[in-house]
Every structure is written in structure tokens, then in C-alpha cells.
Write a new protein. Structure first.
Length: 303
């Protein structure tokens, strides 16, 4: 095979091979693509090799630990995307007609929500409906429901996508917190002298920077003595007494050794949306989990 050959027609494309091809395109390496699909790397490599054999030319060039598309590979990406969209539409339509509650529901949620809010909610859901298996994708990235990366997403911004059913169930009020040991060490927190204190912030994300700017404090990344984009880790540092961190009042008030400080600062609440694809609401299983999340989150958020 060579990448300059003219690819032969594929009258009956193999969807598993096309899906493997797109996973490698998106992930940039065979290892990452295999992890993305939940396959072993040898299995994924065999699927790519089989597709290349059917076409009669290479799709990727191996470069170091990654891969680059050949000219033929580039030419096939767009048609493969169309096939992916059609497969997703077929899957959505089929699932939307299901009257069975038994099966799997994949939920996407942020790190903090998945760690501190959903455990009790999902435990109670599983207790009431053991026939439903839950997959929880823990990520701060907005999952694309239209591409079936999740069946239901718990988000903190307006989804803003067509063909989605989105329900805002309230919002979480936010606050600044510090461990009692830290407060005993530094004394009263005076926001007129913010540089006297240790602030815990995000690394690459500018979310907190924008929040400080909104209240009139123009600071840069160096303002935060400790930075980490994993918000669960950041919260653990707050609990360890490293400095001042931010969280929802729902989570922060569960920690007996932490104190909410700077109550005079006005912080906009973090909205909570439960979202699914419009066609999936026709599925008894998806509808049950969606409604359960709306009800349970509505009880722990502020309207």
C-alpha cells in the first residue's frame, strides 16, 4: 500500500473501522484513540489496518508517538464525519423509541458536581432503579450531546445548542472559604489588602481572574500562590489550610473546619442545567433519569 494510490470505492463501509479512523483523527495517536473507544491498542490497530487494506492505501503516517493523516486520510475525514452523524442520528432515533428502563445512561458532569453533589443523588437513583446502569463522564469540558458523548449533561452554562431539551433547576451560591488553622495564623481577612493573604486559584483557566476583575480587583495569575485546574485538588488544598479557596456554599458548609469569609463580596450564582437531546426524551430510561436529576438537583440548589 502507498498513500499516493487512488482509494478504491467502499460499497459497504464497516462502521467499526470508520469509527476507529475518526477516533485516531481526533485523539492524534493510536494509544489515546484506543482509550477513547475502550479498546485495546492491538484491536484498534487491526481495525485501521483492515480499513487501509480495503482502500488500498495508507491513512496515517506514524510520527514519533503520534500519527499524521496522509492525503488520502484527509480526503476521507469529511465523508467519515457524515457517516458518524448519520449513525448518531440513527442511534438517537432508535433509543428515543425505547420503552424499556433497563440499560445504560451516560451522564456528563463537572469535577466538583460529580464529586460532591451527585454521589448521593445517583446512589438513591440506583437504589430505586437497579435495572439502570450509570456511566459518569467526569469532565469540565462541555460534552457534545449531539454527538452522543453523553445522554444527559449537568452543565453550568446555558447549553445553547439546537435539538436539546434543557431545564434550569436553579443555581449554587458561591463563597470564599478558609480553614480555621489558616485564619488563626493570618488573622482577620481584610479585602482592602488582598496581597497579604494566600489565594488558591486556577492555572490555565481565567475563570477566577474574570471574577476578581468584575469586583474591581485587577489581578494576574501570579496573585494566586497555588494554581491548579483540577478543582477537586484545589478544594483539598483549601481544606488543608493552604489559603483561601472558592466553592459553592452547598459544598463549603459541609466542612466543619472551614469558615466562609468575605461575605460582603457579591458573587453571581453558578447556574445548573440538566440537558439531553430532544429525541432522547422519548426513551423511558433517559426520561426517568433526566426527571430524577431535575428533581434532586432542584432540592439542593437555590431557585
Amino acid at each position: 500500500m502507498n498513500d499516493s494510490a487512488t482509494p478504491s470505492l467502499l460499497p459497504h463501509p464497516d462502521w467499526d473501522q470508520v469509527r476507529a479512523f475518526l477516533a485516531v483523527v481526533d485523539a492524534g495517536s493510536l494509544t489515546a484513540a484506543a482509550e477513547l473507544l475502550g479498546l485495546s491498542q492491538p484491536t484498534l490497530s487491526r481495525q485501521i489496518a483492515a480499513m487501509e487494506k480495503r482502500i488500498g492505501t495508507l491513512l496515517f503516517e506514524r510520527v514519533g508517538r503520534g500519527v499524521h493523516l496522509t492525503a488520502t486520510g484527509h480526503a476521507l475525514v469529511e465523508p467519515a464525519r457524515h457517516m458518524q452523524s448519520a449513525a448518531n442520528a440513527l442511534s438517537l432515533a432508535a433509543l428515543g423509541q425505547s420503552h424499556e428502563t433497563a440499560g445504560t445512561v451516560r451522564i456528563s458532569a463537572s469535577e466538583m458536581t460529580a464529586t460532591y453533589v451527585l454521589p448521593t443523588i445517583l446512589s438513591e437513583l440506583r437504589l430505586a432503579h437497579p435495572e439502570i446502569q450509570i456511566e459518569l463522564a467526569v469532565t469540565n469540558r462541555v460534552e457534545n450531546l449531539l454527538e452522543r458523548e453523553a445522554d444527559i449533561a449537568v452543565r453550568h452554562t446555558d447549553p445553547g445548542q439546537g435539538n436539546l431539551v434543557a431545564r434550569r433547576v436553579g443555581g449554587f451560591h458561591l463563597g470564599a472559604f478558609a480553614h480555621q488553622r489558616y485564619l488563626e495564623r493570618v488573622g482577620e481577612i481584610d479585602f482592602t489588602q488582598p496581597h497579604r493573604f494566600d489565594w488558591l486559584g486556577l492555572d490555565r483557566s481565567d475563570l477566577l481572574l474574570r471574577g476578581f476583575h468584575r469586583i474591581g480587583l485587577k489581578v494576574g495569575r501570579e496573585f494566586f500562590g497555588f494554581r491548579c485546574d483540577n478543582q477537586v485538588t484545589l478544594w483539598q488544598m483549601t481544606k488543608a489550610g493552604m489559603g483561601i479557596g472558592f466553592n459553592t456554599l452547598y459544598v463549603g458548609n459541609q466542612e466543619p473546619d472551614l469558615r466562609q469569609i468575605l461575605r460582603e463580596i457579591s458573587i453571581a450564582p453558578m447556574p445548573v442545567w440538566v440537558t439531553t437531546h430532544r429525541e432522547l426524551r422519548g426513551s423511558a430510561r433517559i426520561r426517568l433519569v433526566f426527571d430524577a436529576l431535575v428533581s434532586a438537583l432542584g432540592k439542593v440548589t437555590d431557585a
